[in-house]
Design a protein around this ligand. Sequence first.
Ligand code: ZN
Length: 348
Amino acid sequence: MRATTIHGAFDIRVSDVPDPEILRPTDALVRVTATCVCGSDLWPYRGIHPSREGGRIGHEFVGIVESVGDEVAAVRPGEFVIAPFTWGDNTCRVCRLGIQTSCEHGGGWGMPDREKLLVDGGQGQFVRVPLADGTLVATPSVPDDALLPDLLTLSDVMGTGWHCAVAAGVGPGDTVAVVGDGAVGLCAVIAAKLMGATTIIAMSRHEPRQALAVEFGATEIVAERGEAGTARVMALTDGLGVDAVLECVGTDESMQSAITLARPGGRIGYVGVPHVGELPLMTMFWRNLQLGGGIAPVRRYLPELRDRVLAGEIHPGRVFDLTVPLEEIPEAYAAMHERRAIKAMVLP
Ligand SMILES: [Zn+2]
């Protein structure tokens, strides 16, 4: 089959790789119908995180179940399924606590499992899915193609934005600031609105992203950054700061901004892979700031978010502003790296 491989900084290729097959009775084989490039794929792409020469990449996909092992009971061949960005059993002690990203038996896509058997990356034609019963979430019927983008966001960005709002304890009547206008930040706006926030301030400098934030429920746009951005948010909140900050970037600058925007006793959710120096714990102490979040256990939110998509309640797939065939995936990476695209969908 054809699948995406990474060969170093800015070197993404589509290669011939072995066709995956069922290796264990708990596996499913999924034919990928849509996948995408994640902001976190850009870390190895830019050479900031190391990659294995020829390693597989991609952790977001939806598709059709081709075949299943003897012990798989929750999904059947022919069903449409959504894969969260990590796989796991969804039954162990940690999964039952709702932290499926730390599953005692799970792992990541595009790397060997605990028995050294390769688990395919998401950016390819087929994927062997371990622990299929716990990993995959099916839809009641094969959805219309028009819903593909919305359902694909549930693999990662919509669930991650949702987790950010959960971690920041967003509730009815809250004033919320969203730091970051990438796909996760935009999805966090959707989450904040659904959780009842009445003022949602999107921090965004880019006009198309500002428009999408407003469409998703943002009530204010702040284009300024740094001290000027903080001053605008303070002006919008009578000098108090916001109840909750959704930090959806992970850079030092964005985390420092989040800390300055929160009111005394405010809550900060963070879901971007952190590339942060030191947290100003003393500042956070004197202002009673709470910090919550981490890698998003999107499997926990998948059934609920699937139902909201199927009901037409949310349209997070609007974050995709570029679609390419698999053979052109290097262009998808380049477009996201150069910020020409918010998020790129890839059709195998
Ligand atoms: Zn588990």
